[in-house]
Write a protein that binds this ligand. Sequence first.
Ligand code: FES
Length: 157
Amino acid sequence: MDHKCIDKILEKYGHQESSIIAILQDLQEEENYLPENDLAYISENLPIPLTRIYRIATFYNAFNLTPRGKYPVSVCMGTACHVRGAPMVFDRVRLELGIDIGGVTEDGLFSLETVNCLGACALGPIVVIGKEYHGNMTPAKVESTIKKYRKRIAKEK
Ligand code: FES
């Protein structure tokens, strides 16, 4: 992210060390993850050592240190989803997106990850795309759902 944008975030929180979590949340909202050089810039401009920023960033599951797509795709592989066919759903997602776990599509729109339980087991298998939950997924539904997202994204451009 360009430094002017990071400066805006830092100004929003008055360059307060105590706002580091909110600052990291805003950065992640913009970038979908916490880029290494942005964390270094924040450390240079706040009285917080980079090692402490990393400690915070790795402590909270909500933060990601590796690149993610604009729409991160999470496939639940928890037990309830697993017995209802999550592995086949996962394989289809991988095929549709052409990436593996941790990967990002070339257009930067999608990334792929798995989770162990989203707390909505009765709706399994579940796939989360961006912030939207898709329950009772099947391999066929994966294909149509991702197509819908691609169409929606194309319209937004
Ligand atoms: S196991 Fe998938 S939501 Fe609980």
